[in-house]
Design a protein around this ligand. Structure first.
Ligand SMILES: [Fe+2]
Ligand SMILES: [Fe+2]
Length: 315
């Protein structure tokens, strides 16, 4: 039977498994170089005589919004590092992991930006204005403790992977967009596996605290990017395109993550507090309500496709 332990005790018990997960990451990861994924031969100077214009690389609103939001999200990661490092003492392996993770995330913004500018997929002025605005605001999640951080990142990394992967599927092969997004999505898969399995260890060490953190993050989960100018408008276009919405969150993020955690396999006897028991029930209720949201969303998308209309939210 698992005993409740202090936050420091939990961090100590996480150290060895986290170290093993870092080694697994090093074994599974394949280094790649942004300069190799950028089609430099397509690049030209942006000048007054040769400015950016959307028809040069025709993309739907949703796909262009998705590239923009995905890139600005990657740009903002240094701020995530700051709040994550607060949960990772200097001598803890989570500290080493967070620095490595930050370095890999930096590669994502480099690769997507180089590609987007070389192919002229994005308006460079809008992109830089968006970056300045978002990074000056520095809006990021603020995890309250280490399990809160692990629960959030488990969902966030997989949600980001899905957004990159589904964006790549909408891009053509010739301009290399598929390859860039697939490379980035591949890294996100490994990041998700790290956080998900670290959270699973936390579930074994202290089910009560971890279940509460999972319920809290499931209840409030939103895609990173709230600080991006016109985020809601972009999120709506991305949803309408079928790249990312509640449907993808449920089917490609929530279900596989919970399957890996096997939350229902944790015996009631291991959960000691009524609060944690209620949180487990709340998780089941949120999943049921997501099913209903997804059904409505699928119908809304179909209606939009049929009508070709743009500016309504799912009701
Ligand atoms: Fe990333
Ligand atoms: Fe990531």
């Amino acid at each position: 039977m698992a005993e409740r332990i202090s936050p420091e005790g939990l961090l100590n018990e996480l150290a060895a498994p986290v170290e093993a997960l870092i080694h697994r990451h090093y074994e599974n990861t394949h280094p790649w170089y942004p300069h190799e994924t950028t089609p430099w031969s397509l690049a030209r100077n942006f000048t007054e005589a040769d400015p950016w214009y959307p028809e040069e690389y025709p993309l739907s609103d949703g796909v262009r919004s998705s590239i923009y939001v995905n890139l600005l999200t990657e740009d903002n990661l240094p701020y995530y590092t700051e709040t994550i490092l607060r949960q990772a003492p200097k001598d803890h392996p989570l500290n080493e992991w967070t620095r490595r993770w930050t370095a890999e995330e930096g590669r994502h913004s480099m690769a997507i930006r180089d590609w987007a500018l070389a192919t002229r997929a994005l308006n460079p002025v809008l992109l830089e204005d968006g970056r300045m605005s978002q990074m000056s605001g520095g809006v990021v999640p603020e995890p309250t403790d280490v399990v809160d951080m692990l629960a959030y990142t488990s969902f966030q990394e997989l949600a980001t992977q899905v957004a990159h992967r589904n964006t790549g599927r909408k891009l053509d092969k010739e301009r290399n967009g598929k390859e860039v997004m697939a490379k980035v999505a591949g890294d996100e898969t490994l990041h998700h596996a790290f956080y998900r399995d670290a959270a699973k260890v936390a579930l074994e060490i202290d089910p009560d605290t971890t279940i509460l953190a999972i319920a809290r993050n499931l209840r409030h989960f939103a895609m990173p990017g709230i600080g991006i100018p016109n985020f809601r408008k972009h999120a709506l276009a991305i949803n309408r395109e079928g790249i990312y919405g509640k449907t993808e969150f449920l089917k490609s993020v929530v279900r596989p993550t919970f399957a890996a955690w096997a939350l229902n396999g944790i015996a009631d006897v291991d959960i000691k507090t009524d609060k944690a028991k209620a949180a487990r029930e709340e998780i089941d209720a949120i999943k049921i309500s997501l099913e209903a949201d997804s059904e409505r969303e699928i119908a809304w998308r179909q209606k939009k496709r049929d009508k070709g209309a743009h500016n309504q939210q799912p009701s």
